[in-house]
Write a protein that binds this ligand. Structure first.
Ligand SMILES: [Zn+2]
Length: 233
């Protein structure tokens, strides 16, 4: 008996980390969707209707539903339940003429890609997996370099997480490129929007790190799109 319990106890912290990670993820999903429910309404703009219809037709859907999330930072997001949101701040840029309807649609197409490719489900696995990995690494590294073990484990896990979310971004970009091409829009609005968002990030220097960590470099994303475009035309 004892010989079985001992190795089990050894792995208990890792198992607990998995359970904790899953619970935390569930909680954040619940909190996010509650906030989205309270702070959102359906986007209904006649000026955007033609491009939205083109996206729906390319997807063989009667329509694509998009919601406005009432916050200022320019962003688009796909909720774990599959709903698509663009922020009020982003929509304002469209109303002010700083962003075109096609550019706005390119973000909607990118978020549709995250939903279609099952990224939020994978993010749940990543999230709890990362937590377990962090605990396991901290245990192992801590044995060799006491004190800084958790710090090293955190850094390694964050680097891995950034890499995983970066590959999601490239996949969603490619999905959007294919959808926009099928809808007769092409990839040009995706590229021009990236340039605009990059300029926006740079003009707000100092607040960029979180965005830069979770997103690949704009130039690399543009290069990947141009490669796809060249293959298709
Ligand atoms: Zn994305």
């Amino acid at each position: 008996m004892q010989t079985h319990i001992k190795p089990m106890l050894k792995f208990a912290p890792i198992l607990l980390a998995v359970i904790y990670g899953l619970a935390m993820y569930r909680f954040s999903v619940w909190r996010t969707s509650r906030e989205l429910d309270q702070l959102s309404s359906e986007l209904a703009d006649p000026k955007l209707q033609p491009i939205m219809n083109a996206l729906a037709k390319a997807l063989d859907l009667p329509r694509v539903r998009v919601n406005i999330y009432e916050i200022e930072p320019v962003n688009g997001l796909a909720a774990p339940d599959g709903r698509i949101f663009i922020t009020r701040g982003f929509y304002k840029k469209f109303l002010d003429g700083e962003v075109s309807g096609e550019e706005l649609a390119s973000v909607i197409a990118h978020e549709l890609g995250h939903v279609a490719l099952g990224h939020s489900r994978r993010r749940m696995i990543d999230f709890s997996g990362q937590n377990a990995l962090r605990t396991a690494l901290a245990m192992v590294i801590g044995r060799f370099v006491p004190g800084v073990g958790p710090w090293i484990a955190n850094t390694l896990t964050s680097l891995l997480a950034a890499r995983l979310s970066r590959s999601d971004e490239y996949e969603a970009d490619a999905y959007a490129a294919a959808l926009l091409t099928k809808a007769g829009v092409g990839v040009a609005p995706q590229i021009s929007l990236f340039r605009k968002l990059d300029a926006l990030t740079q003009s707000q220097a100092g607040r960029a790190p979180a965005w830069l960590l979770s997103h690949p470099k704009t130039d690399d994303r543009i290069a990947a799109l141009e490669k796809l475009e060249a293959r298709w035309t």
